[in-house]
Design a protein around this ligand. Structure first.
Ligand code: PHE
Length: 327
């Protein structure tokens, strides 16, 4: 019996050392301390101990019971204390939103427009932001004294060599003609720059999508039909638009299309267009007797304003997340 008590005592000491969680402590209690546990069951065996040994064995057994219970108590207190020191989770706190980035509305518009024009058979090309005066002006039939060449419209990089930040995407038309033979059917998206004062519909840096279609028998009627198809595809049937005659040195005749801003009476010019001027075809090395063509240039920020119902163009570039995340 004494050996048995010692054995269980050793077992308790050994096992209590490896208790690391509340659950393990509970198993320890079930194994040793409950009524049917190993310690209590030793008490049942007391009746078989010879009378003269009962006192000594009883003392040892009581000590085993007290020791094992105090080991349990100590560990229980330790776990309780640890729990009290662990910060609790406040389930009433509002969750934290992580913001996911989206495409800028102007990029969205460019992608949508590329898709629509691709469906109409246009390829996509790009040209340089820094242009020479020849491609930005001369080849496009601008007379030498044209006011657009003036300092107030154009950002000059080097006035001696006439390097400029392109004021429109039309110079890419010339680059296309220089490098391709008709038929040419291409759109040319890109950034353009003007030394302009800013207001609700003007920026000094914005985007255009240029279009050029050159082939035999290309007509003004086709141009108008294409602009109307495009506008309907982008905005749906309820859109109100109008064509106005206009002037550009590089197209003849020239026109502009205005779109009514949704929910207002205001018209906004969104595209300039026209039949490519014979002088421009000549600059591009194209036989103007054989070929005709049309060209157009959309202001992408303005298209975006209509698409998003923003009434100030500057809101697109103020990077206010409350504005941008709506689109
Ligand atoms: N380049 C003209 C502008 O920036 C737009 C345009 C392009 C007009 C092509 C006619 C043809 O205003």
């Amino acid at each position: 019996m004494i050996d048995e008590i010692k054995e269980i005592n050793n077992l308790i000491l050994k096992e209590s050392k490896s208790i690391g969680t509340k659950d393990e402590l509970e198993s320890f209690k079930m194994k040793f301390l409950v009524k049917k546990g190993l310690v209590q069951s030793l008490f049942l065996k007391m009746k078989d101990v010879p009378k003269e040994d009962k006192k000594d064995v009883g003392l040892l057994l009581n000590k085993l019971k007290q020791d094992s219970e105090s080991i349990y108590k100590e560990l229980e207190e330790k776990f309780q204390e640890e729990e009290a020191n662990t910060p609790s989770i406040d389930l009433t706190l509002p969750g934290r939103n992580s913001n996911i980035g989206t495409q800028h509305p102007v990029t969205q518009t460019i992608d949508m427009m590329i898709e629509i024009f691709k469906d109409m058979g246009f390829a996509v090309a790009e040209g340089p932001d820094i242009e020479d005066g020849y491609h930005n002006f001369d080849a496009l039939n601008f007379p030498h004294d044209h006011p657009a060449r003036d300092m107030q419209d154009t950002f000059f990089i080097q006035s001696d060599k006439e390097l400029v930040l392109r004021t429109h995407t039309s110079p890419v038309q010339i680059r296309m003609m220089e490098n391709m033979k008709p038929p040419i059917k291409t759109i040319m998206p890109g950034r353009v720059y003007r030394n302009e004062s800013l207001d609700a519909t003007h920026l000094a840096e914005f985007h255009q999508i240029e279009g050029l279609y050159i082939d035999e028998n290309v007509s003004m009627a086709e141009l108008k039909a294409m602009m109307m198809t495009f506008a309907k595809k982008l905005y749906g049937d309820n859109l109100e638009f109008r064509f106005r005659p206009s002037f550009f040195p590089f197209t003849e005749p020239s026109a502009e299309m205005d779109i009514r801003r949704p929910g207002t009476t205001k018209w906004m010019e969104v595209v300039g267009c026209g039949m490519v001027h014979p002088n421009v075809l000549k600059s591009g090395g194209i036989d103007s007797e054989k070929y005709t063509g049309f060209a157009f240039g959309f202001g992408i920020e303005r298209i975006t304003m209509i698409r998003t119902s923003l009434d100030d163009i500057r809101a697109l570039y103020e990077n206010d997340i409350r504005v941008l995340k709506q689109f």
